[in-house]
Each structure stands twice: as structure tokens, then as C-alpha cells.
Design a protein around this ligand. Sequence first.
Ligand code: SF4
Length: 206
Amino acid sequence: MATLAELEVEAKACTRCPLASGRTKVVFGVGDPHADLMLVGEGPGRDEDLAGEPFVGRSGKLLDRLVGEEMGLRRSELYIANVVKCRPPGNRDPRPEEIAACRPYLESQVDLISPRVIVTLGKFASQVLLDTTDGITRLRGRTYPYRGGTLVPTFHPAAALRGGDEVVAKMRADLVRAKRALNAPRPASPAPPTVPAPTLFPGVPA
Ligand code: SF4
């Protein structure tokens, strides 16, 4: 498998879907490549497209603040990426074929970083990683086992900016849930199957 740096080089030249034609910069992801916590959003907005970094606008500032206050973590201590790495025009929702084209990058990022906890921000990231069509209101409020770690769905910070105190309070509760998961031991891997010792001579114990 490629390294994270090799994957980033590949993504930065990617033309697998039509979003390539409208982007300014590919927004691959930033942060600690060995982070225990990974945040996954939907896709770059205007500020992110210009900066080449996820969550740098108003919603990013809110996200940084909430993660700092509820989890005691700075941006440099985690890893942040999006489901699609290029900006959908006019900030429209990413289309299913664009998500499908970009999905291998996100899955490889998750495999390479192997975080203990993933917080999915909003409907798209939660649905893609949990492979469901349920909405975020239904998905959030609990944790899910995910690739040897834990997945915690919450609202997208842009929804928190629109929704005000009530949504922010729910996001805070989800981040507290994520912190608890971060401090808990990793779920144990299933024990390998027991193989009976070979019998050299039928009827005579080995
Ligand atoms: S959104 Fe993903 S798949 Fe589409 S061009 Fe950008 S990097 Fe490639």
C-alpha cells in the first residue's frame, strides 16, 4: 500500500471525477499522520478550496473551538479530511458518483492513519463510512465499532452555525462521547481460531 504522502501526491493530480475541473486546490487532509482522532467532513468549501486545507473558514473555527473545549485537543494533534477532496461548485452536495470516485482516498487514509476514534461531521461522511442511508439525526447520539476503533457521528459544524445553541450542545455531547471512546481501551480483536494439535497416529494422542 502507498504511504500517506504518496497518496497525497496521487490525489493532487487526480482527475477521476468531474470535480477536478472546477477546483483551485485539492484538499487532501491535514494533521498528525499517527493521530488517535480523525475528523471526516463532507468536502471543501470556498475557503478550503483556496487554502488547500480542510475546515479553515467559519465552521472550521467553530470546530477547532469545540474540539479544544470538549476534548482538549489542538488541530495539530488530530487528522482532518473530507469525503471528497475537491470543491463541488457553489458548495452543492457531492454527487453519488463523485463520492464513489473519491472514496478510495478516504478509505486508504483511514487504513494508513488507523485512528482509535473517527468523528464523522454531518450526513455525508456518516453515511459513507457507516454504509447507510440513515440521516445524521438518527445516526448521532451513539458510537459504532469501526475497523478496530470507534466511529462517532455528529453534525457538520456548518449545521451548528445555522442551528445555534441546540445543535452546538448536541455536538458538544458527541465530542464528549468521542473523548470517552478515545480514553477507552481499543476493542479487542477477535481471537484467532483454535487449531487442534495434529494427531500423528490415529488413536494415539499427539
Ligand atoms: S473529488 Fe476526489 S476523485 Fe474527484 S477529482 Fe477530486 S480527488 Fe479525484
